[in-house]
Ligand binder design. Structure first.
Ligand code: 5GP
Ligand code: MN
Length: 335
C-alpha cells in the first residue's frame, strides 16, 4: 500500500520544513539504516531533518553516515518533545504501533504534524496520513529504496546505499529468509553499483563483538539452551545476574535466539531475558508456526510470522512455565 509518491514534491515546496524521523526502541540495523537512509536522502536534497531514537542502540551501527546526529529520546526528553510538537512531518520507520516507541508514542500521537509510515510489519495502527507499507517486503530499508526510486533517484548516494544494504542484509538473515524476493536482490544489485564494499558492512555488523559478548553467547548456548524434543522447541533463558556478569550491552543479545533454530528439526526457538521490570522474549520459527500470533496470544507481543517478540510481567520461571504450558495447543504447527 502506498500513497507516498506526491509527498516529496509537497515537502520541497515548503521553505525549511521541520522534519522528524523516528523508529522503534532499541533500533536494529533495519530501523537505523532506514532512518539514516532517509536523513541522508533529505540532506542530499538540501532538506534538514532530525532523527530521534526512543532509546540507545548497539555500537555496531555507529559507522553509518549521520549516526552522530541522532538524538536519544531518553537523554533529551524535553528537546524531543519540542521537536515532535513543532514538526511539520514525522516519519515513522520500521514500526507501526505507537507503543513500540515508548513515551515518544503519545507525543507523536498528539503532534499536529503530517505523519508518514514506512514499514513492513503486519496490522498497522492507523495513526498516519501517508504510507509506504508492505508486510511481505524484506525490510524497511528495501521499502525506502522503493520510496527513493519513486521520489528522486538522482539523490541516491554511496552513504545511503550503505545504510540500506545493512538493513536489508540483517533483516533477511543475509539473504536467506523467505522474505528475500527477486526485488530484494534487484535492489541490492543497484546498491552495489555505488561501490559500497558490502564485505566491510558485514564485518562492521557481525565482527564487532566484545570478548565478553562472545563468551556470553558461548555460555548461554552451552549452559542455558534447553530442548523440548516432543514439540521441536529450543529455548534459552538469561537472568539479570548473567547480564551483569558478562557486561551485556545493548545489541549483545541480538541474534542469540537464532542459535536454537540451527539445531536440526527445531521449528521454534525462544529466548527469555529477565530485564529489570519485565521478561522480554524473542521467538523465531520455521515452517507453519506463526511466531507473531503466538507472541500476541500469550505475551502481549507481535512481529512477523517467523520472527516475533513479546513481554511478560511474571517472573522468569513463571514465564517459561506459561510458555511450556501453551505448547500442546500449537503442536500441530510444530510438526
Ligand atoms: P526481536 O526478537 O528482534 O526483539 O523482535 C523480532 C520482531 O518482533 C521484530 O520485528 C519486532 O518488531 C517484533 N517485536 C518484538 N517485540 C515485540 C513486542 O513486544 N510487541 C510487538 N508488537 N512486536 C514485537
Ligand atoms: Mn525491519
Amino acid at each position: 500500500m502506498s500513497n507516498i509518491q506526491p509527498l516529496f514534491e509537497q515537502i520541497k515546496k515548503i521553505a525549511a520544513p521541520r522534519i522528524v524521523i523516528t523508529t522503534h526502541h532499541k533500533p536494529d540495523a533495519d530501523a537505523l539504516g532506514s532512518s539514516l537512509g532517509l536523513y541522508n536522502f533529505f540532506k542530499k536534497a538540501g532538506i534538514a531533518s532530525q532523527i530521534i531514537s526512543p532509546t540507545d542502540y548497539g555500537d555496531f551501527l555507529d559507522w553509518m553516515a549521520g549516526e552522530d546526529t541522532i538524538i536519544n529520546f531518553e537523554e533529551n526528553k524535553t528537546k524531543c518533545e519540542k521537536l515532535v510538537k513543532e514538526a511539520d512531518y514525522i516519519f515513522c520507520l520500521d514500526f507501526n504501533a505507537l507503543s513500540r516507541i515508548n513515551d515518544l508514542g503519545t507525543m507523536v500521537e498528539q503532534s499536529q504534524a503530517i505523519k508518514v509510515l514506512i514499514d513492513h510489519h503486519l496490522n498497522p495502527e492507523r495513526f498516519y496520513d501517508y504510507e509506504h507499507w508492505n508486510s511481505e517486503s524484506s525490510s524497511t530499508c528495501e521499502l525506502l529504496y522503493e520510496v527513493i526510486k519513486l521520489w528522486d533517484y538522482t539523490f541516491m548516494t554511496k552513504e545511503i546505499a550503505q545504510c540500506l544494504y545493512a538493513g536489508i542484509m540483517t533483516d533477511t538473515g543475509s539473504f536467506r529468509f523467505p522474505s528475500t524476493h527477486a526485488n530484494t536482490h534487484l535492489a541490492v544489485a543497484e546498491l552495489l553499483k555505488f561501490d559500497i564494499e558490502h564485505h566491510l558492512i558485514h564485518e562492521n555488523i557481525s565482527d564487532s563483538s566484545s570478548e565478553d559478548s562472545v563468551r556470553f553467547v558461548g555460555y548461554i548456548i552451552s549452559e542455558k539452551l534447553k530442548l523440548i524434543q516432543e514439540y521441536r522447541v529450543a529455548y534459552m533463558t538469561v537472568t539479570q545476574e548473567e547480564l551483569i556478569k558478562f557486561n551485556v550491552a545493548t545489541g549483545d543479545t541480538e541474534g542469540l535466539v537464532n542459535y536454537g533454530l540451527e539445531i536440526r528439526g527445531i521449528k521454534l526457538a525462544a529466548l527469555f531475558i529477565d530485564r529489570k521490570h519485565l521478561v522480554k522474549m524473542s521467538f523465531r520459527s520455521k515452517g507453519n508456526f506463526p511466531s507473531n500470533e503466538f507472541a500476541a496470544k500469550y505475551f502481549k507481543g507481535g512481529g512477523h510470522f517467523h520472527a516475533a517478540g513479546g513481554q511478560s510481567n511474571l517472573t522468569l520461571e513463571e514465564t517459561v512455565e506459561k510458555f511450556k504450558n501453551a505448547l500442546p495447543e500449537w503442536a500441530h504447527l510444530l510438526k
